[in-house]
Design a binder for this molecule. Structure first.
Ligand code: HEC
Length: 108
């Protein structure tokens, strides 16, 4: 019994350690681009990227936009702002996630 206990404890500690690491890593790994877009961008750019925002009308993220902007250009506009658009305070991970979401959802 005591033998079993001394063997089990390190295993349990290891499992708990792994669970803790997963829990700590989750926010960084799980950046949900769609959620970020809907929370931080859709009001001005529209849920579908069509520019029909609730508080503002903007140019759609259409073919011209994709022709003229690569990931780096889009990321720069997000974090620095552009014209009437304020800089949006996102981490590099969040910026990447939202750009990936935009490409997957709006680029045709
Ligand atoms: C307060 C309204 C507002 C919010 C919030 C906002 N934008 Fe904008 N955005 C604009 C406006 C207005 C423009 C056009 C800027 C200009 O040229 O005057 C713009 C321009 C852009 C551009 C450049 C478009 C182009 O044709 O070059 C990108 C990319 C962009 N926004 C992405 C985003 C993303 C992604 C988010 C969310 C993280 C976001 N914006 C949040 C209003 C907003």
């Amino acid at each position: 019994m005591s033998m079993r206990k001394t063997c089990a404890s390190p295993a349990i500690a290891t499992i708990l350690g792994i669970l803790l690491l997963v829990a700590l890593a989750a926010p960084a790994l799980g950046q949900d681009g769609k959620q970020i877009y809907n929370n931080r961008c859709a009001l001005c750019h529209g849920t579908d990227g069509d520019g029909k925002g609730v508080i503002m009308q903007t140019d759609p993220f259409g073919p011209d936009f994709w022709k003229n902007n690569d990931d780096a250009a889009i990321s720069k506009d997000i974090v620095e702002g552009k014209g009437r658009m304020p800089a949006i305070a996102l981490s590099p991970e969040e910026t990447k996630a939202v750009v990936e979401f935009m490409k997957a959802s709006f680029k045709k």
